[in-house]
Design a protein around this ligand. Structure first.
Ligand code: NAI
Ligand code: MG
Length: 497
């Protein structure tokens, strides 16, 4: 049951949020939000266009002067109030994430929504720490002010909408910026309901939401002369467009673009713990996770034992209705994503890899109307195959055997991506050596997905640039101004005056 005072878990329809009001889109066109478990329509959103975008940017521009001058107390209070309300409706937001995305309720309850709350609490604390610096010279005082940057465009994906919304909104607001956010067209029910609930505490125009298809709104938004920064999470082809748009007015970007992260299991690893890590990495959010450790490098001496246990673990995963708390893996978030994963299952076979388990759409009671894929292990994989190089974004792990530490360190880095990684060994010196050799933004030793509050998250290479989830991100949402105060009186005497 919903604990929303209005009674409804969500609305039947959402417009755009512009200047504190929910308004219909200019085109009148809408997009259905679906439940990927049964294909049923949950709600509908407006399909935005340039006119909607321009209105939202105008609202954000108009709100900026006052918001940028707001006190840290006010910003802190708003961020804490958001966190408090998220806790009050934790079950609702978890259910909304599950209904529209297909992720198991046990994950949205214990991972997604708590992580989102954490972002608001973290940056509520940061509002007071955006102070500048001072420098002392014999003849001058230097002051460095840290100022908000202005109107920020934020474009988020469909795999973890609440976490993506929170990790972008919270620091931008803490720093005194105003925002135009574009959520993903397939999955954004939780985000729309969140802003519906919060629109009484966020001042009008400070956060504006334009829904719709990326190509219809992206270029107008990012090239708008009043937009001063863009933050994007999604695919590489879209990021390349975002960068082109951003080049028009030379605005800074932060980009987080997925990965094909290596998990390296050494011969001295705790096998059971590593099998659990590989299982979680395969099935968590049905593999639709940018951080997934989907290239699994197994030392050849432990490979047989590991694969036997790994296969059993994946075959025991409970697929089903994601809103059932017992379900361990749900359907892919959209038909498009399901078809993409299936195309990689076919490609793996063509490239000569073997399927140890899975490899097909999952069927059976309760599964036939959903976008389910069997958890899959590919063996006989070489690191140069496309299934080992490209992001599949599904419950599919590629296993690559190795013998020498030097070889696995080289192979792990033979990737265009570098977002995360894992090392499994009981030898601390070896763990340290391997983790330092990895060209990647985060390495988890002996526990995968061990996300720790306030630690930077972001990519090397084509996984993008800029760091989020940490205080460094505040540097992306502020700009410095150096002011030099001369302490010497009178003219310098350089010219005959
Ligand atoms: P996408 O990159 O196209 O979509 C992400 C966001 O960008 C969505 O809000 C979308 O509407 C928007 N967008 C699309 N075209 C745009 C444009 N021209 N200008 C501005 N915004 C635009 O990702 P898509 O197509 O949904 O998924 C494809 C693949 O991307 C996935 O299979 C996965 O491999 C990867 N991906 C990675 C994510 C990550 O967390 N890094 C998240 C989502 C997808
Ligand atoms: Mg796309």
């Amino acid at each position: 049951m919903s604990n929303n005072p209005n009674g409804a878990l969500h609305q039947k329809e959402y417009g755009h949020l512009i200047n504190g009001a929910w308004v219909a889109g200019d085109s009148g066109k809408t997009i259905d939000l679906l439940n990927p478990f049964n294909g049923e329509k949950l709600s509908q959103i407006a399909a935005g266009n340039s006119k909607d975008v321009n209105a939202a940017v105008d609202a954000a521009s108009n709100a900026f002067p006052e918001w940028s001058q707001s006190s840290p107390n006010q910003r802190q209070e708003i961020l804490f109030e958001i966190a408090r309300r998220l806790k009050v409706r934790l079950n609702d937001y978890a259910m909304l994430e599950t209904l529209n995305n297909g992720k198991p309720l046990r994950e949205s309850l214990h991972f997604d929504i708590p992580q989102a709350i954490n972002q608001f609490e973290l940056f509520a604390g940061a509002a007071f720490h955006l102070h500048g610096q001072s420098f002392d010279y014999p003849d001058a005082i230097g002051l460095v002010h840290r100022e908000p940057i202005g109107v920020c465009a934020q474009i988020i994906p469909w795999n973890v909408p609440m976490i993506m919304m929170a990790c972008k909104i919270a620091p931008a607001l803490a720093a005194g910026n105003t925002i135009v956010m574009k959520p993903a067209e397939t999955v954004c029910l939780s985000v729309m309901e969140f802003f519906r609930e919060m629109s009484d505490i966020i001042p009008p125009g400070v956060v504006n939401i334009i829904s719709g298809y990326g190509p219809d709104v992206g270029e107008t938004l990012i090239t708008h002369p009043d937009v001063r920064k863009v933050a994007f999470t999604g695919s590489i082809p879209t990021a390349q467009k975002v960068m082109q748009y951003a080049s028009k007015n030379i605005i800074p970007q932060t980009l987080e673009l997925g990965g094909k992260s290596a998990q390296i299991v050494c011969d001295d690893a705790d096998i059971d713990a590593a099998v659990e890590g590989a299982t979680m990495s395969t099935v968590l959010n049905k593999g639709e996770v940018c951080l997934a450790g989907s290239r699994l490098f197994l030392h050849e001496t432990i490979q047989d034992e590991f694969l036997e246990k790994f296969k059993t673990a994946l075959e025991n995963i409970r697929l089903g209705d994601p809103s059932d708390i017992a379900t361990q893996m749900g359907p892919q978030a959209s038909v498009m994503q399901r078809d993409k994963v299936c195309s990689y299952l076919e490609l793996g076979a063509e490239e000569g890899a073997s399927i140890l388990t899975g490899g097909q759409r999952a069927s059976g009671v309760g599964l036939d109307d959903g976008n389910f894929i069997q958890p899959t292990i590919f063996t006989n994989v070489t690191n140069d195959m496309r299934i080992a190089q490209e992001e599949i974004f599904g419950p599919v792990t590629c296993v690559i055997p190795w013998k020498e530490d030097d070889d696995v360190m080289r192979l792990a880095n033979e990737s265009n991506y570098g977002l995360a990684g894992g090392v499994w060994t009981t030898n601390l010196a070896r763990a340290h050596k391997i983790s330092r050799s990895m060209q990647t933004g985060t390495v988890w030793i002996n526990r995968y997905y061990n996300l720790k509050s306030a630690m930077p998250l972001g990519g090397y290479k084509q996984s993008g640039f800029g760091r989020e989830f940490c205080f460094d991100v505040l540097n992306h949402y502020t700009i410095t101004k150096s002011v030099v105060i001369n302490l010497q009186e009178g003219a310098m005497g350089m010219y005959d005056q």
